[in-house]
Design a binder for this molecule. Structure first.
Ligand SMILES: [Zn+2]
Length: 260
């Protein structure tokens, strides 16, 4: 297991896949297609986070040509624009949803509305429950990203516990599948948060790229990811996937090591 964590990161982190959104979290569907096509052409298989952890934990799992595809926040465009691409290449993925935002049009960053006036409010829409079920039916994994996207370092223990545990409970009661993967909003976590995530029944958790706080005792509750953003064309994406860039990300993260 430890060997797996120290190996090159093969977990991709996306947010929105959208043709007209211009904010940093949104990648154009054509770019997403090129990235998946490139990985498929090299013989790599895209899988959900749960599958990734299960497969890479097995003997010789590190030699498998698999990578995990993850999406944060649960934007409706994941179904409309990302899923058709994933299905074309027979890939799976994990979508981390904020359970109290499902079916709402709350905007994560309100500044986007004024910065990008040509994009309508509905372009930032979150998945509704029917759409979550469509993703499930298509073989995708649904993961938890708290109830309200609260920053976990900034709330008391009780609230933190509720945000993490209730998210899983609400999802499991509504879509009736086990929820085993968790994602920390904006990568905020500490030792106590890790313990809550473990105690709440999650099997693994991912961190926002470059937010890893400690490597001395790596585990599946602090999995690093490669973040893919608006300006990541195929050239930049290929660079980001190189092991040398993973090393650079790791070294950068050492600056924020905390004694948990
Ligand atoms: Zn998020």
């Amino acid at each position: 297991m430890i060997k797996m964590i120290f190996a090159c990161t093969r977990i991709l982190a996306y947010h929105s896949i959208h043709p007209t959104r211009l904010d940093t979290l949104a990648l154009h569907p054509d770019e997403f297609y090129r990235q998946m096509k490139w990985l498929a052409s090299l013989g790599w298989q895209g899988v959900s986070l749960a599958e990734y952890v299960r497969l890479t934990s097995q003997p010789n799992g590190e030699s498998l040509k698999i990578f995990a595809v993850t999406f944060d926040d649960g934007y409706a465009d994941n179904l409309k624009y990302a899923l058709p691409v994933l299905k074309e290449f027979n890939f799976n993925a994990t979508i981390f949803v904020v359970v109290d935002r499902i079916g709402t049009d709350i905007i994560h960053e309100t500044k986007w509305l004024s910065l990008y006036p040509n994009v309508s409010r509905s372009d930032y829409r979150y998945l509704n429950w029917n759409e979550v079920n469509e993703l499930l039916d298509a073989g995708m994994e649904i993961g938890a990203h708290t109830c309200t996207h609260v920053l976990l370092d900034e709330v008391n223990y009780q609230t933190r516990f509720a945000e993490i545990a209730d998210c899983r409970t609400k999802l499991e009661q509504t879509i009736v599948v086990p929820i085993v993967s968790f994602c920390y909003p904006k990568g905020q976590y500490n030792k106590q948060t890790l313990e809550i995530v473990k105690a709440s029944g999650y099997n693994q958790a991912v961190v926002t790229p470059n937010k890893i706080k400690r490597f001395k005792q790596p585990d599946v509750y602090q999995l690093r990811r490669i973040g893919v953003y608006h300006n990541d064309n195929l050239f930049r994406f290929r660079l980001k996937c190189l092991p040398v860039f993973d090393m650079i990300r790791m070294l950068r993260s050492y600056h924020s090591i905390l004694e948990l």
